[in-house]
Design a protein around this ligand. Structure first.
Ligand SMILES: [Zn+2]
Ligand SMILES: [Zn+2]
Length: 380
């Protein structure tokens, strides 16, 4: 069984560098489920996808922290070398009455260098909103060794968002595309009902639910209005059209790329990207440099633009996506964003998340291991 725990930066880094090997907690209902041999994922509280995977190798239960502290050295518990370990420190985190009620727990852990594997982007789009269909994605994730999957459908599945796509209907091909039976076929309530059912289930991995929101500057207010009452686990903002024209469809050459200057399309895309990030609506930015799929040369150096995008993502505390779909779905050489964008995101310490963009269960987790190692720059 796996358990998730959040940790502040300082103790988190002490576990990462191997000095802290004991985590002290209240022995409440949640912690009573922990057994020797279980896994614990420690999530950095400033970046939940910065995760250390640990194995529980021993559990020490006592009535209070005074007794518990006698079992361990200060450094093991996360104190600096030579620092005095005072059990009273724990009373800053836990009130005495809770300690009296539950008792306390020392979790002795062994760190693993295996990365936490998350596929943060997959669609139920071509199937029903049913628990069976969700479980097909979960099973594939377990088979591929993933620790978490995040399911998100496009806003064009849901009736509430239909008005946001009016601009696209000016072109016949796009209007035909919007008439497909997978578009606007459900309501957000259908989706909420599914989410509630899945969250009741005993799942082998962490599963989150969100939306991939097609963002445009013209529909920002409309989106704000629709999204203000939603409480999904996360919202991913994506740009799929530039000024009313979809850029990665079979008809996009004729409608967009052969009609407009490539540099101008790139400039507009990244202006829209900055608006998306600054809108404050989203937790994540999907496939940031997806425009490259068209295979056209923007004709200017993009590094300044990438710096501005990175600064904005950092400022808004958003995740940039490293989406492997670009490689296996479209045959692009990059497993996610380009080396240049990745380098610049790292320079600005932009938080990164890995994604497959799976549209069917068997694609879940494709190239996620590779994308994870790439996003980490081969460290660890
Ligand atoms: Zn997308
Ligand atoms: Zn997608």
């Amino acid at each position: 069984m796996a358990h998730d725990m959040n940790l502040y930066e300082e103790p988190f880094q002490m576990i990462r560098n191997g000095t802290k090997t004991v985590e002290l907690r209240l022995n409440d209902e949640k912690r009573r489920k922990i057994h020797i041999g279980d896994q614990i994922f420690f999530h950095n509280s400033s970046d939940e996808y910065d995760v250390i995977r640990c194995k529980v190798i021993n559990l020490v239960r006592e009535d209070d922290f005074y007794r518990l502290y006698e079992h361990f050295s200060p450094v093991e518990m996360g104190y600096e070398e030579g620092e005095k370990a005072d059990p009273a420190d724990m009373y800053e985190y836990y009130p005495k009455e809770k300690i009296d009620e539950y008792g306390v727990l020392g979790i002795v852990i062994e760190k693993s260098d295996d990365p936490y594997l998350v596929d943060s982007h997959m669609h139920l789009e071509y199937g029903p909103l049913s628990t069976d269909y969700v479980m097909a994605f979960v099973s594939e994730a377990v088979k591929k060794g993933l620790d978490e999957i995040d399911i998100l459908d496009h806003t064009h599945r849901f009736r509430e968002f239909e008005a946001c796509y009016e601009d696209l209907r000016r072109y016949e091909q796009q209007d035909v595309w919007l008439h497909q039976k997978t578009k606007f076929c459900n309501t957000l309530d259908d989706y909420r009902k599914l989410i509630a059912e899945v969250k009741q289930m005993d799942l082998p991995i962490r599963v989150k639910f969100g939306l991939e929101v097609c963002y445009t500057e013209n529909t920002e207010d409309l989106l704000k209005d629709i999204l203000k009452d939603t409480d999904f686990d996360f919202l991913t903002g994506a740009i799929h059209s530039v000024d009313g024209i979809l850029y990665d469809m079979s008809f996009s050459d004729g409608l967009l790329w052969d009609q407009k200057d490539t540099g101008e399309i790139y400039r507009r895309y990244y202006e829209i990207a900055l608006s998306l990030i600054r809108s404050g609506l989203f937790d994540r930015f999907a496939h940031p440099d997806q425009l490259k799929l068209a295979g056209r040369d923007p004709g200017y150096d993009l590094s300044d633009t990438y710096h501005r995008i990175a600064e904005a993502l950092k400022q808004m505390d958003m995740y940039g996506e490293n989406n492997s779909g670009i490689a296996y779905r479209y045959g692009h050489q990059d497993i996610g964003i380009s080396d240049e964008m990745l380098k610049i995101f790292k320079e600005h310490k932009v938080k990164m998340i890995t994604a497959s963009d799976a549209h069917k269960p068997e694609d879940v987790g494709t190239l996620i291991r590779e994308a994870t190692f790439r996003a980490r720059g081969g460290q660890e």
